[in-house]
Design a protein around this ligand. Structure first.
Ligand code: CA
Length: 579
């Protein structure tokens, strides 16, 4: 009896060790920014720097960079493809539009398996049926779906291991960001700020999908934690209820965490950006409306907000503050850079949230004259706030022109940071909008804007600008323009290169110090996704997903008309140097 019990215990211990040892470990994720043989996370490391030290492909050799395979996502579902692939154990994992994921042989592009999530009628993604990528943990590959679920699949077989609901898609919740794994937790956000959802960050056990904690990003909502047996207890209210929202407006306050987060192991903090307060009509919610349009830093051990910084208090322009907060070491400090949709670039102490620097990264900003570095608050231009409908006929407030447009100085496309050049490479756009306010009341599952708008070009010149930004001086070091608005992310490498894609279909590379384009390749459809790189057996590879779509063709007004000749697609391309 005693022996039998002991052997049972040993078996249990071994199987639990086995679950940890097989596949992707916490240590591997912690080291992922430097492990060049694979791409284990969105952002090439949890800090999201999108920097690889690889330098076989450089200004001298890049003329020999050629495609070695391409894989089509197939079907009739060729909509925006914003996904960053992952590479591990001989496989590439890549998500696609309509909540699909593929495992491919990374050498040949041969399909190993595919999972197509069964989406119900009535999903409400605001900005195309996109997905931005997956996460790897153990032997699982995990991604979020448009009906607000998380699905974990076996990396080898594509079989579903667990599936968990995030929230009710009928209420406007959806999910499209790549999950973040940090400190053994699966960290995810929610989409749906245009439907009056309640933004939050959730931590789960990545192996089972079971909840560990939940932290709302709207002031007044209760946070929760769960013990190992699934017992749920209160974990403190976010913020001070009633302080920055009038009446019950906080109950449908938005602040969706739709782009996911980054993590710095030295601070132990996860950084999530939050979207617009709901509704868009700012006159209905006087106050700062915390924690909308902010960066929130969450202690992943406790699930508590340690600090927050709000870029656009009482937002009236849909300036979602979701943009990635990318941490880096500089002068003995851990700083974070963020290129906000509102047109300003912020440099913030990643430990305590202190604002170190703030400056424009686009040419035209009309809603504020600058950021007061003492108070951290914007100097608003009152005339640039769309008018209050109740001040006039009650049906429509005064229309204003504002820049940037609500599609932002920068949107979902992630920037890169090079620890060699100490520059951020920011995909930015120059455009404006006409915007006005209307009355609106909350109705579950209905658009909750209270605004109308038309995106406008500023002139006949290029809209897109890939800019090298010096976070210390606030200077634009170089600017490489692009006719169509940039909507894909950036990669920078030890080969002194910056890679990015364009809606016109090119994957291109430039000298990281000058911005001079040294290579480009036509992928056959617009690129709205970030490139990656890795090496295998002494050879460096680059990959990018191609497939035009996303928010611009849907919401771009006059700009959408300008780019309506672009063709849709859906494929992944892989490149290496010709011998
Ligand atoms: Ca929004």
């Amino acid at each position: 009896m005693r022996v039998k019990l002991l052997s049972l215990l040993v078996t249990a211990a071994l199987s639990s060790v086995g679950a940890q040892a097989a596949g992707v470990t916490d240590q591997m994720i912690a080291d992922s920014a430097k492990s060049t043989n694979e791409v284990l996370t969105w952002g090439l490391g949890t800090q999201g720097q999108r920097y690889s030290p690889l330098k076989q492909i450089n200004e001298q050799s890049i003329g020999r960079l050629v495609p070695i395979w391409s894989f089509s996502f197939g079907g009739e579902k060729q909509r925006g493809q914003e996904s960053q692939p992952l590479v591990y154990n001989g496989k590439m994992f890549v998500t696609a539009s309509y909540s699909r994921i593929y495992a491919l042989d990374v050498k040949t592009g041969r399909k190993l398996w595919k999972y197509e999530h069964r989406l119900p009628d009535g999903i409400m993604p605001c900005c195309d049926v996109i997905n931005r990528g997956a996460a790897l943990y153990g032997n699982l590959v995990i991604f979020a779906t448009l009906d607000a679920q998380l699905v974990a699949l076996n990396q080898d077989t594509g079989e579903v291991v667990w599936k968990e609901k995030i929230d009710d898609y009928n209420a406007g919740y959806s999910a499209s960001a790549a999950p973040l794994i940090a400190g053994g937790l699966l960290l995810t956000g929610v989409s749906g700020g245009e439907f009056g959802v309640v933004g939050r960050v959730e931590a789960r056990d990545p192996m089972t999908g079971k909840m560990v904690w939940s932290r709302p990003t709207v002031e007044g909502h209760m946070g929760y934690k769960w013990d190992k047996d699934g017992n749920k207890t209160e974990n403190g209210v976010s913020g001070t209820p009633g302080q920055t929202w009038p009446g019950d407006m906080w109950k449908t306050g938005g602040a969706a965490t739709w782009l996911g987060g980054t993590y710095n192991a030295k601070t132990g903090l996860a950084y999530f950006g939050t979207g617009n307060p709901a509704p868009w009509n700012s006159h209905m919610r006087p106050g700062d409306n915390l924690f909308s349009c902010s960066t929130v830093a969450i202690d992943i051990k406790t699930g508590q907000i340690v600090w927050h910084y709000q870029g656009t208090p009482n937002d009236g322009w849909d300036f979602d503050g979701v943009n990635e907060f990318v941490t880096y070491d500089e002068g003995g400090k851990i700083l974070g850079g963020k290129a906000d949709r509102n047109g300003f670039f912020y440099v913030i102490d990643a430990k305590n949230g202190h604002l170190e620097n703030a400056f424009p990264f686009v040419k035209k900003i009309t809603w504020a004259t600058g950021i007061d570095l003492k108070t951290g608050r914007p100097n608003f231009v009152p005339e640039s706030r769309p008018g209050d409908p109740t001040a006039g006929d009650g049906k429509k407030g005064s229309t204003v022109f504002n820049a940037p447009s609500f599609l932002g100085g920068k949107n979902q496309m992630p920037m890169a940071y090079s620890p060699e050049t100490h520059l951020f490479y920011v995909p930015s756009n120059e455009w404006g909008m006409e915007i006005w306010n209307e009355p609106v009341t909350y109705k579950k599952g209905a658009a909750y804007l209270g605004s109308g708008f038309t995106i406008k070009t500023l002139d006949d010149g290029p809209i897109g600008h890939l800019r090298a930004v010096d976070p210390k001086t606030g200077k634009i070091v170089w600017d490489t323009p692009n006719n169509a608005p940039l909507w894909g992310g950036v990669l920078t490498t030890g080969g002194n290169l910056v890679f990015w894609g364009t809606p016109e279909g090119y994957l291109q590379a430039a000298d990281a110090k000058t911005g001079k384009v040294v290579w480009k390749f036509q992928t056959g459809s617009g690129v709205v996704a970030p490139p990656i790189t890795w090496q295998d057996k002494g050879e460096q590879y680059v990959a990018v997903v191609s497939g035009w779509g996303g928010a611009v063709p849907l919401w771009g007004g006059d700009v959408a008309k300008k780019v309506n000749f672009l063709e849709q697609g859906g494929s992944v391309w892989v490149f290496k140097l010709m011998k």
